[in-house]
Ligand binder design. Structure first.
Ligand code: GAL
Length: 674
């Protein structure tokens, strides 16, 4: 069944927590939501304690009134299961459901999401309230979507208690076909006398004296992701049985260093993919983080998605919480739409007076409507209405970046050649020049169908299985351009080193063979022929069919290739055996792009202006966002119309105001941006 969101245009709203306010306030909420053009709100996310005051005793009267009120005001409800925050009575009855950290410390309740993902009592209680909600509200006319739980794993991605240990063993028995010898082999347990003779000997990777076994840790990450996923699917199945046509989602967190869940495994289980995104105060170019997050989420969704949460201003969970600059709220929201969001929502509607998030911004700030944030929120509502026709349009990318959580987990295990190598930093370093050039990017799994792409980039793909590696190399062999980053293909899915020289799985396609790794110390870059500098990593690469594009000019590897290019079958395979400085990397990727025939989404893009193209059935939507504060003039195709003003663009030129945004409808070209 095709479960689509029954809200017109680009949905607009936020988390709405009216239970935190006296009911007199609700009427004002409805009036102001109307003024802002809010069309959908997420309700009930943290209401468990009020809904079920005692085990099995429900009080739905308040939620009835909330949903009826929303319906009466034409606002759709994304109705949440409140299972991210079990009430205190649950934990006093089931203290064993509190999670245990790797040091053996059992946490206490008093916050949120403090439960053991493997706890049978938690699962039973979560499904009980889910069932009660499903029965009561399956046919409520306000309910257009189920918002299952909230940010799975945000605070409790792992629990090390004995119940979790038993669940881990069950998961391992399934993975290894009940064959303990297969597990011992996969984990390499002959090393350090770690051989297991009985399944019951296996524990979660609890705190221990020295480095734990890498495959043990990797399987643990896989298990933790699957364990939470099974909670999601259990709730979803209850809701689906009661309301087969209502789509279900749960809000992902694909960015800000959250890496606990393998969202490639999660995404197919969601009817609609949604994501939360927050800026980091320390990131001077958070527009690039938004873009990367949006491209990754769209790729997970295989099309449009919903931005379930972001902020109108400062958050409250960083050491110093930066407010947004004038125009930033609008640019941020429209940047998500540009990357495929068909809905824009905030945490939260009304700024809280009390509680842990009282200093978090909201659509309606503490100061009330006489505030810049409120004015921006109202204006954004109008913008989103004007963009209604963009809904459903997709990406035009011919470039793919390989993204894989297993590779990320494995690359960041302890005892690597360098602890300085961080997966997200590598992906961002490669993504940045593409962003600056206005090149459309999708993210793919290693085993994805690559037929739509001309250029595939694999930074930091440390772990890859044989099928994934073969998929990537055959893409090059069939005529594509493949770029592989250092330390990729080094280990198989069990974290076993691929022998015979690095980069194991890609050696043949790249036409190189490395016999020794030379990670670089922080602050000690080496020179590159052509003038650039390289940091983080180097290796003694020997050419085995490839040509050297760049070599090191100093350091222990002076004269050794740092970047290579290999003609492989009908295509090409490049190896970046180091991390070149930003300018050198940008120049390299530009050369690679030219060779692959990949063009930006618009020509003549000035520095600091972001260009994104969404392709609809009859038109393209070109988003132009000025991040320089200077404004820009961008030529577009004849006949382009400014969607935000409804007016044709004079002389086929989009004039982007300083810090502003233009969204242009372009008649579709038969060729162009690819
Ligand atoms: C999210 C969470 C929200 C709120 C928000 C604050 O991680 O889902 O409930 O806490 O952060 O930024």
């Amino acid at each position: 069944m095709n479960r689509k969101l029954a809200v017109k245009g680009i949905a607009y709203g936020g988390d709405y927590n009216p239970e935190q306010w006296p009911e007199e306030v609700w009427a004002e909420d409805m009036r102001l939501m109307g003024e802002a053009g809010v069309t959908m709100v997420s309700v009930n996310i943290f209401s468990w304690a009020l809904l079920e005051p005692k085990e099995g005793v429900f009080d739905f009267s308040r939620l009835d009134r909330i949903l009826d009120m929303l319906y009466a005001h034409g606002i759709a409800a994304d109705l949440a299961t409140p299972t991210a925050a079990p009430p205190a009575w649950f934990f006093t009855a089931h203290p064993e459901a509190l999670p245990v950290d790797r040091d053996g410390r059992r946490l206490s309740y008093g916050s949120r999401q403090t439960f053991c993902p493997s706890s049978p009592a938690y699962r039973e209680a979560a499904l009980r309230i889910t069932r009660a909600l499903a029965e009561r509200y399956a046919d409520h006319p306000a309910v257009v979507m189920w918002h299952i739980h909230n940010e799975y794993g945000c605070h409790n991605a792992e629990c090390h208690c004995d119940t979790s240990a038993a669940a881990f063993r069950r998961w391992l028995r399934a993975r290894y076909g009940d064959d303990l010898a297969a597990l011992n082999d996969a984990w390499g347990t002959t090393f350090w006398s770690q051989w297991y003779y009985d399944w019951d000997e296996i524990l979660p990777p609890r705190a221990t004296g020295a480095v734990p076994n890498p495959t043990h840790q990797l399987d643990w990450r896989r298990f933790c992701s699957d364990e939470l996923l099974s909670l999601y699917t259990a709730e979803r199945d209850v809701l689906r049985a009661a309301a087969p046509a209502t789509p279900a989602t749960t809000n992902f967190m694909v960015m800000y260093n959250f890496d606990a869940l393998d969202y490639w495994r999660w995404a197919p289980e969601l009817d609609i993919v949604s994501n939360d995104h927050y800026l980091r105060s320390t990131d001077p170019e958070s527009e690039i983080d938004i873009a990367l997050s949006g491209d990754l989420t769209r790729s997970l969704a295989g099309g449009p998605w919903l931005l379930m949460e972001h902020s109108t201003g400062a958050v409250n969970w960083q050491p110093v919480n930066r407010a947004k600059t004038p125009g930033e709220l609008r640019r941020n929201a429209l940047a998500h739409v540009a990357r495929g969001a068909d809905g824009i929502a905030y945490f939260q509607w009304r700024a809280a007076k009390a509680g842990a998030e009282q200093w978090h911004s909201a659509m309606l700030p503490h100061a009330g409507t006489d505030s810049r944030i409120w004015q921006d929120v109202v204006r954004l509502g109008a913008d989103l209405r004007a963009l209604a026709e963009v809904r459903g349009s997709g990406s035009t990318a011919r470039t793919a970046v390989v993204w894989d959580w297993n590779a990320r987990w494995a690359l960041e295990l302890p005892s690597q050649p360098s602890a300085e190598v961080r997966y997200l930093d590598l992906v961002r370093a490669w993504y940045e020049p593409l962003w600056r050039a206005g090149v459309a990017v999708d993210f793919v799994r290693p085993d994805a169908d690559l037929s739509a792409y001309r250029l595939v980039l694999a930074p930091g793909l440390y772990l890859v299985d044989d099928a994934g590696a073969a998929n990537l190399t055959s893409f090059a062999e069939r005529g594509g351009t493949l770029v592989v980053g250092f330390h990729s293909g080094a280990v198989d899915e069990n974290c076993h080193v691929r022998l015979g020289g690095y980069p194991g799985a890609f050696r043949e396609a790249l036409g190189v063979r490395t016999d020794e790794l030379f990670p670089l110390l922080p602050g000690e870059p080496v020179g590159l022929s052509g003038g650039g500098r390289a940091s983080l990593w180097s290796e003694r690469v020997r050419l085995d069919g490839a040509e050297a594009v760049t070599t090191y000019t100093d350091g222990p590897l002076a004269g050794v290739p740092a970047v290579t290019r290999h003609t492989y079958g009908a295509g090409r395979a490049w190896y970046l055996a180091t991390l070149p400085d930003a300018g050198t990397l940008a120049a390299l990727l530009e050369r690679v792009r030219a060779e692959a025939g990949v063009r930006p989404v618009v020509d003549g893009l000035p520095d600091g202006v972001e260009a994104v193209r969404r392709r609809g059935t009859d038109a393209d939507y070109v988003f132009l966002l000025d991040h320089t504060g200077q404004g820009a003039e961008i030529p577009l195709a004849p006949g382009a119309v400014d969607l935000l003003t409804g007016r044709p663009l004079p002389e086929n030129t989009a004039v982007v105001p300083p810090g502003g945004v233009v969204v242009a409808r372009e008649p579709q070209k038969l060729f162009g941006e690819t």
